[in-house]
Design a protein around this ligand. Structure first.
Ligand SMILES: Cc1cc2nc3c(=O)[nH]c(=O)nc-3n(C[C@H](O)[C@H](O)[C@H](O)COP(=O)(O)OP(=O)(O)OC[C@H]3O[C@@H](n4cnc5c(N)ncnc54)[C@H](O)[C@@H]3O)c2cc1C
Length: 433
């Protein structure tokens, strides 16, 4: 049987990143991707925290060439007030911008780069099963012609994204009942952009039953989507595009920007979409990116979390490959800490994003004790950064609690409405039908 050091499942941002980094360090890596690049993928708005990782991979200039310069994010309150948060104001040494990318191009670039750097990366190869055998794993997969093969890998890194190959197989996956939302999205041209320096911003809008994004891409294309509560989706009569347009029309500024919009892709949807795995690693197995956990993408965190997780997974991977079990366990614990700290830094804000108190605070930011700048650091991916940033974010959280108490009855009504909606069950099939 053919044997390799590392078998990576999945050639999205997590898989291509960890594959490249391990190949750069001399390991024999095989990566199997079930699709064929370029292929559509949602998740087009990146964070400044991605830039140092692009440099490590040697792709910063290529990403710059295919991306749209993203100077920050703007949030629009239900009363129409727009608040811009430029990354240039973040604390610490976070890069002052990020990029918006078409994932078809971006994922292909990362995949091609890992081939260039020595990874045996194959497309249209689907991993079927992974079994522990001796000091490694046997992996069964289909090749592009549909023939089944088996390979022995010392280490398996699961980067299978929302397919969650190992977490599902092992029963580690837990759905997040508090975030039973669904997203409806598509690409449009002739959507008005923000003016001047803000043209590359991601725009986020609150509405009664969720939030909306607008992400400017190259060639006058705008990625437009709405994340909504199940009850709203269930009330839909008509196709997904009409549903999306009707949601956008309820928000004056978004509706106005969409007035001339022409759809250039099918509008699609994904449902019930937040989850976590109870385990991030096992003997000879590491999970990276969405294969481990998925949180609501309101702060554009997914690709950054996936690539940052890939960077941190290198140490436990190498310890396992060297056969040093004590070092492996220590490195796994550090990996877990790094990943969960990053996720928690975003999650605290995500869980509170739709509360009236958070809307008030983000809609009327004040920079006392530099807390607004610390919030921008969180938006840039540095919410778990220096002690100084973490201290200022703790002050923000205390202010938030004060606001919440002041607006207790409204907060309670919002919480109750959301809870009622969590009881509305739905599946991907009900959304698409
Ligand atoms: C509605 C929505 C909006 C989002 N918006 C943003 C955003 O603006 N910014 C952002 O950063 N993130 C966003 N995300 C999140 C982002 O899409 C993901 O977090 C990111 O793609 C994770 O990267 P990954 O490499 O872990 O997984 P993926 O990018 O999903 O890659 C996994 C790869 O594994 C392959 N694969 C799966 N199973 C197998 C198998 N058995 N064998 C072989 N290959 C396999 C898949 O084909 C895929 O190519 C959004 C997500 C959603 C749902």
């Amino acid at each position: 049987m053919h044997s390799v050091d590392v078998l990576v499942v999945g050639g999205g941002p997590a898989g291509s990143t960890v594959g490249t980094l391990l190949a750069q360090r001399g390991w024999r890596v095989t990566l199997l991707e079930k699709d064929q690049h370029p292929r559509f993928h949602i998740g087009e708005s990146l964070l400044p925290g991605n830039l140092p990782i692009f440099e490590k991979l040697g792709v910063l200039e290529q990403v710059r060439a295919l991306g749209v310069y993203k100077p920050g994010a703007d949030f629009t309150a239900p009363d129409g007030k727009v608040m811009a948060f430029p990354f240039a104001r973040a604390l610490g040494d976070t890069p002052a911008h990020a990029f918006q990318v078409r994932r078809s191009e971006f994922d292909q670039l990362l995949f091609d780069n890992c081939v260039k750097q020595g990874v045996d990366a194959r497309q249209q190869h689907q991993v079927l099963d992974v079994r522990r055998v001796g000091n490694g794993h046997e992996v069964d997969y289909f090749d592009a012609e549909g023939r089944q093969h088996r390979v022995f890998a010392k280490l398996v890194i699961d980067c299978s994204g929302r397919d969650c190959l190992l977490a599902r197989k092992q029963g580690w996956q837990m759905r997040d009942a508090h975030h039973a939302s669904a997203a409806v999205f598509g690409h449009f041209t002739q959507v008005a952009r923000r003016e001047g320096d803000l043209a590359g911003n991601i725009s986020v809008y609150w509405f009664e039953q969720g939030w909306i994004w607008m992400i400017p891409l190259r060639d006058d294309v705008m990625s437009v989507g709405a994340v909504c509560w199940p009850s709203l989706l269930k009330s839909r009569n008509g196709d997904l595009e009409n549903f999306l347009r009707s949601v956008l029309a309820t928000v004056p500024d978004a509706g106005e920007r969409m007035r001339q919009a022409v759809s250039v892709s099918p509008v699609s949807a994904t449902g019930n979409y937040s989850y976590a795995s109870t385990r991030l690693y096992d003997d000879g197995v590491l999970l990276v990116g969405d294969a481990f956990t998925f949180i609501d993408p309101v702060f554009s965190s997914g690709v950054y979390l996936a690539m940052n997780g890939a960077v941190h997974s290198v140490a436990p991977a190498e310890a396992w490959l060297r056969g040093d079990m004590a070092a492996y366990r220590r490195a796994c614990r550090r990996y877990q800490q790094a990943v969960t700290r990053k996720i928690s830094a975003f999650s605290w804000f995500i869980y509170r994003f739709t509360t009236p108190a958070m809307r008030d605070l983000l809609g009327n930011p004040r920079n006392d004790w530099q807390v607004e700048q610390a919030v921008i650091s969180m938006l840039a991916g540095d919410g778990d950064g220096s002690a100084d940033i973490r201290k200022r974010l703790r002050i923000f959280k205390a202010i938030y609690l004060g606001y919440r108490c002041k607006r207790l009855s409204e907060s309670w009504r919002a919480w109750w409405a959301r809870r009622r909606n969590q009881r509305v069950a739905f599946t991907d099939e009900t959304i698409m039908s």
